[in-house]
Design a binder for this molecule. Structure first.
Ligand SMILES: CC(C)(C)[C@H](NC(=O)Nc1cc(F)cc(F)c1)C(=O)N(CC(=O)NO)CC1CCCC1
Ligand SMILES: [Zn+2]
Length: 184
C-alpha cells in the first residue's frame, strides 16, 4: 500500500516534468499502479486506517506524486449533493472548458507540499474531460464545482504545474469580478 513516505515532496524534479502518455490498452503494471493510487485515497479517508498508517486524507493523487512520470490520476470525493466521484483515469485531457473561473475560498494545498501557501487558485468553473479507464474504454466527464477543481489540480501535476504557480504574485487573493468562490 502507498504510504506518506512514497509521496514525493516539492523540490523533487519529477513534479516539474511533463508525464508520459500511457500505452493503450494499459498494461497489468499500469493498472496495478492506478489501483494503488485509488486505494491510497480510500485508505486515507478511512479514519482508522489513516490514523494507523499516518496517512494525510487526500481527494486526489497523480502518478508523478509517487515518482511515476505517467499520465494517470486518481480522484475520490463527494460533491455537496452527495454524488460520488471515484475515478482512476488514464491520459486525461480537458477537451472544453468555461470562460468563467472558480476558486476555493480556503485556497489549495497539496499532498506533495508540506507548507501552507495562501492565495486563490483560479481554475475553470466547468470542464469536459476525456480520458480512458483501466479497461482502456474512453470516458467523458462534465465537471463543475469542487470536482472540477480537483481534476484540474491533478491534471496540472501531469504537466509539472504546482497549485501555487497559479497564485497572483502581486495580490494572492485577487479574484476577477465574475469568478465563482467555492467554500469548503
Ligand atoms: C492536500 C489536501 C489538503 C490533503 C487536499 N485535500 C483537500 O483539499 N480536501 C478537501 C477539499 C475540499 F474543498 C473539500 C473537502 F471536503 C476536502 C488534497 O487531497 N489535495 C490532493 C492533491 O494534493 N493532489 O495532488 C489537494 C486538493 C487541493 C484542491 C484540489 C485537490
Ligand atoms: Zn497536489
Amino acid at each position: 500500500m502507498i504510504l506518506m513516505k512514497d509521496i514525493v515532496r516539492e523540490g523533487h524534479e519529477v513534479l516539474r516534468e511533463v508525464a508520459q502518455e500511457v500505452q493503450l490498452p494499459p498494461s497489468q503494471e499500469d493498472i496495478e499502479i492506478l489501483n494503488r493510487m485509488e486505494e491510497y485515497l480510500k485508505n486515507s479517508q478511512d479514519d482508522d486506517l489513516s490514523e494507523k498508517y499516518n496517512l494525510r486524507p487526500g481527494v486526489g493523487l497523480a502518478a508523478p506524486q509517487i515518482n511515476i512520470s505517467k499520465r494517470m490520476i486518481a480522484v475520490r470525493l463527494e460533491d455537496d449533493n452527495g454524488k460520488e466521484y471515484h475515478y482512476g483515469l488514464i491520459n486525461p485531457k480537458i477537451i472544453s472548458h468555461s470562460v468563467e473561473k472558480s476558486y476555493l475560498t480556503a485556497g489549495e494545498g497539496c499532498l506533495s507540499v508540506d507548507r501552507n501557501v495562501p492565495g486563490y487558485v483560479l481554475r475553470y468553473s466547468r470542464v469536459t474531460i476525456k480520458a480512458f479507464d483501466k479497461h482502456g474504454s474512453e470516458i467523458k466527464l462534465r465537471l463543475r464545482g469542487l470536482p472540477a477543481i480537483v481534476f484540474q489540480h491533478e491534471l496540472d501535476h501531469l504537466n509539472g504545474i504546482m497549485f501555487y504557480d497559479h497564485i497572483n504574485k502581486q495580490d494572492p487573493f485577487y479574484a476577477p469580478e465574475d469568478a465563482m468562490p467555492i467554500d469548503r
